[in-house]
Design a protein around this ligand. Structure first.
Ligand code: GLY
Length: 352
């Protein structure tokens, strides 16, 4: 088992990474939780495959309530939030009980937000089931739901008691969503870990990738841990995690979150911004070719779809991360070495 500890001024918590961890999850939880009631929030896809397994694992020691959401981004809404609050209150949950987020990013974000707000805060743990959630959204405490005006517009920083990552859960993940997560793995290689990037280029099959997946997840979580510990509230270094996201978010939004997965849009964003920065002489020559090669290998798109440039810039200007006259963009010096550049809004068109 790999273990990492997130050490923050007001909270420390462990991340456990081990193939087969789910087989023993009841025993693991008993080590950190002594009460009886557990509410498991999941979605219908995860429930279908792993619902019985988690029930069987918990039933001897806990009183379990399952709350099953419809899969997909639609569930990160105020309406669903209201229903989840109601179900938890009907279950008579208290601040001494525990909530489990058992799913991908949508389940993790919504469950974290519910946990942070209901009764002014109920402890929760993350058991992420998608690669994207295992290496990114389950770690670092960002929790949120969407509003009709945009994604993640209401949220907070609220950390789990622990994160339990079982890479075997990825065996049943649809391949498109495996590659969706791989885009963020590639991002970690680009921003901080040249060796990881190189290893990813060298795997010859999905079997080779899966043989190393525990180590890959560990390396990604370790990078995220270091970044979150130095900038929990996302005011500086944490923004490095947004490499490829400025343009990526506008691509996702333009196509109404239907045509591209998050990872696919980020792949386009990473390629495109590096194309610009390499042309400007900011990024070492040859970096773009390496990015293109790795994106093709992991079946990710890189070409920017046909979009109106003015509309793209307007969307970037509306992004909540951009304040005042400045826009923060993330650029690479080379693979494994990134930096944050503050640019004037009026210069954004040079990078699109
Ligand atoms: N997913 C980016 C962050 O956690 O800051």
């Amino acid at each position: 088992m790999h273990t990492l500890n997130i050490n923050l001024p007001q909270k420390n918590y462990p991340i456990y990474i081990e193939k087969g961890l789910m087989n023993n999850i009841g025993e693991e939880l008993k080590k950190i939780y002594k009460n009886k009631k557990i509410a498991v929030i999941t979605d219908a896809n995860v429930e279908k495959i792993y619902g019985q397994k988690i029930r069987d694992n918990l039933k001897n020691d806990f009183e379990v309530k399952m709350i099953v959401l419809e899969p997909g981004e639609k569930s990160k809404s105020i309406d669903v939030l209201q229903n989840v609050y109601d179900e938890l209150l009907d279950f008579k949950i208290t601040r001494a009980d525990l909530i489990i987020a058992f799913g991908g990013g949508v389940v993790g974000d919504l469950t974290g937000f519910v946990s942070s707000t209901l009764l002014r805060g109920i402890p929760f743990v993350q058991i992420p089931t998608s690669l994207l959630a295992q290496i990114d959204s389950s770690v670092g405490g960002k929790v949120a739901v969407n509003l009709p005006k945009g994604k993640n517009l209401i949220g907070s920083f609220y950390h789990p008691e622990a994160v339990y990552i079982d890479p075997e859960l990825l065996n049943t993940l649809d391949k498109r969503f495996l590659y969706d997560g791989m885009a963020e793995v590639i991002k970690y290689g680009c921003i901080r870990d040249e060796n990881l990037f190189q290893n990813l280029l060298e795997y010859n099959s999905n079997k080779e990738l899966f043989d190393s997946i525990e180590e890959i997840i560990y390396r990604c979580c370790k990078i995220k841990k270091n970044i979150v510990e130095s900038d929990e509230k996302d005011t500086g270094e944490r923004m490095i995690l947004n490499f490829g996201h400025t343009l990526g978010h506008t691509v996702e939004k333009h196509f109404k979150y239907e045509k591209y997965t998050h990872g696919e849009a980020v792949a386009i964003g990473m390629y495109h911004i590096t194309k610009k920065s390499e042309n400007m002489g900011i990024t070492q020559k040859g970096t773009l070719d390496k990015i293109k090669k790795i994106l093709i290998k992991y079946k990710l798109p890189y070409e920017l779809p046909n979009m109106n440039k003015k509309e793209v810039i307007e969307t970037i200007n509306l992004d909540k991360k951009n304040k005042g006259n400045d826009i923060n963009i993330i650029l690479l010096k080379r693979i494994g070495d990134s930096f944050l550049k503050k640019i004037d809004r009026k210069d954004m068109n040079m990078y699109i």
